[in-house]
Design a protein around this ligand. Structure first.
Ligand SMILES: [Cu+2]
Length: 265
């Protein structure tokens, strides 16, 4: 390759990178509607640190490729190892990754800490292919469920002999939440593994059959957001889409009062 060809090639590569970056300059994360900005911060810190390492190593690779290219009358030098250099780059990488991981672990512990007192409890049960949302109703307690009671009309197998069931509120694919109040989601599955994905709230949690997994967050913005399944759970996986409606506390109280108890259909 002649010098001109090589320069043209390098220029084209740089142009490609610039165009690609320009084309994808839209925000990487959807609008944040929950108290999880620390998570966004972590993502950006990780991206910046690994991005610097990426640009640096690729830049060095390009420089070395250019500087030590094949030339007339020149033979390649060869040496087997350089323990000092290897030690340095391994140690630096280990330290950087350890710092990143420690920060992430702290955040993880925060996210999976017990919810604050007074959190609104909502049960979210995945099934092929819908999200069953249940509120405990005015008594604040969920009625008993039993898989043997599951029918088409009673997808959660709610026991109507249990007096605590009578005021349970049941909706499908619609999650109503009040703004500014911590919400504790009790995530369950009726059949296979699903994953509750609330992109705007930075929540993604597997729903595992036989387990109840609690997560909590606080919605900070009113509005309508998407709810999806992030685990390929079968042919109708794409249909497991619902909506989160974050309302003012007054609107939320009205909505809850207007929803029928689960057998009210
Ligand atoms: Cu699913």
């Amino acid at each position: 390759m002649s010098r001109i060809q090589a320069l043209l090639f390098a220029g084209f590569t740089v142009l490609l990178v610039v165009v690609a970056v320009w084309a994808f300059r839209k925000p990487w994360l959807p609008d944040l509607a929950a108290d999880r900005s620390a998570l966004d911060h972590r993502i950006y810190v990780t991206m910046i640190v690994t991005g610097i390492a990426f640009v640096l190593t690729q830049g060095l690779l390009a420089v070395f490729t250019w500087r030590f290219r094949a030339r007339e009358g020149q033979t390649a030098a060869y040496w087997h190892d350089n323990p000092r250099l290897e030690f340095i780059w391994t140690a630096v990488t280990a330290v950087v990754l350890t710092v990143l991981v420690l920060g992430a672990l702290r955040l993880w512990a925060q996210i999976y800490s017990p919810p604050p007192a007074g959190a609104l409890i909502v049960e979210v049960t995945g099934q092929q292919f819908a999200w069953n949302i249940r509120y405990p109703g005015p008594d604040g307690v969920f009625g008993r469920t039993d898989p043997r009671l599951i029918t088409v009309d009673n997808p959660l197998g709610i026991d109507d002999q249990d007096p605590r069931s009578a005021d349970d509120i049941f909706v499908v694919n619609q999650l109503y939440l009040p703004v500014g109040r911590p919400v504790q989601l009790r995530i369950r599955s009726r059949d296979v593994i699903h994953s509750l994905f609330l992109p705007n709230f930075r929540v993604k949690q597997d729903a595992v059959p036989g387990m109840t997994i609690d997560i909590w967050f606080t919605p900070t913005q009113t509005g309508t957001y998407e709810l999806a399944c992030a685990e390929h759970c079968g042919l109708g996986h794409y249909r497991m889409r619902g909506f989160v409606f974050v309302q003012t506390p007054e609107e939320f109280a009205e909505t809850l009062a207007s929803l029928p108890p689960w057998r009210g259909e």
